[in-house]
Design a protein around this ligand. Sequence first.
Ligand code: SF4
Length: 338
Amino acid sequence: MSENVLEVRRLKKHFALSGGRGTVYAVDGVDLTIGQGEVVGLVGESGSGKSTVGKCIVRLLEPTEGTVRLRGRDITNVPRRKLRIVRREMQMVFQDPYSTLNPRMAIGDIVAEPLRMHKLARGRDLDRKVDDLLDKVGLARDMRYRFPHELSGGQRQRVGLARSLSVEPSLLVADEPVSALDVSVQASVLNLLMDLQRDMGFSCLFIAHDLATVQFLCNRVAVMYLGRIVEEARKEEMFRVPKHPYTGSLLSAVVLPDPKLQRTRERIVLRGDIPSPINPPSGCTFHTRCPVAELPLCSDKVPALVDVTGESHLASCHLIKPDGNPPDMSLATVTTSS
Ligand code: SF4
């Protein structure tokens, strides 16, 4: 059994609103494990807390509660001055690469900066490493003399990847790395990320707002709703039989590669938007939108996230059958968008 690269336990991130106007429960008790070389997708709508989880892991945000372990070491309370050493082990790629690239620096310097900062190369060796990294991400070597504003969105994201991977991290947290790109460019950047992960063997937390993006890239998928994980399983299991009604609704929007399986799927459109994390609904927080909710059970009692198959398929729903089958969603396929 390989060592886990990342272990997150009972992670919470709450933001107090100014003037005592309340608290935003952005992340409210998340457990997550990523093994060596594993790619885990973290999926949820805007406002589900998935990006906040990513930022807490790399310590761009301080967790309110819980622990984050990287290769067995508790990094939750590592002082800021020592974070640089930890950050060599874990890097983040952001949704908008332009905002993270210094507009006054040439691409070559942007890619070289982490290598210099961590004293991993200098002189000719540094130049050679930058050339190698540009090759790896599919950019011409003479791009090193260009500036971020001269590049397309896809090229900037390739620079972001080259920079993050220059220090050969154990863990890459990729926060919606393709959602700001044109659809035509998304596939090429996803393919690149997949090739790099296979060649370099880093572990990856891939954050996305839909299941379509994660279906080719990830080994395992966790679905978040209002600050909590509501379902987690190996990708094949999750796509074959989603157990939680929320996952079922997300998956119903994905065109599956298997036409037979696709024909068995009906589209489920949820009513309304995700509720405010300032005042989350009682009981199962999904009950206000769940097409099969049973009241008062679902509004009174919080369902536990438990293994419903005995094969590490976790889900939190009161109506999952004792044999592990999901609630009957056949009455939920009426498309009633808000
Ligand atoms: Fe829907 Fe109830 Fe299951 Fe929550 S516990 S997902 S409201 S059926």
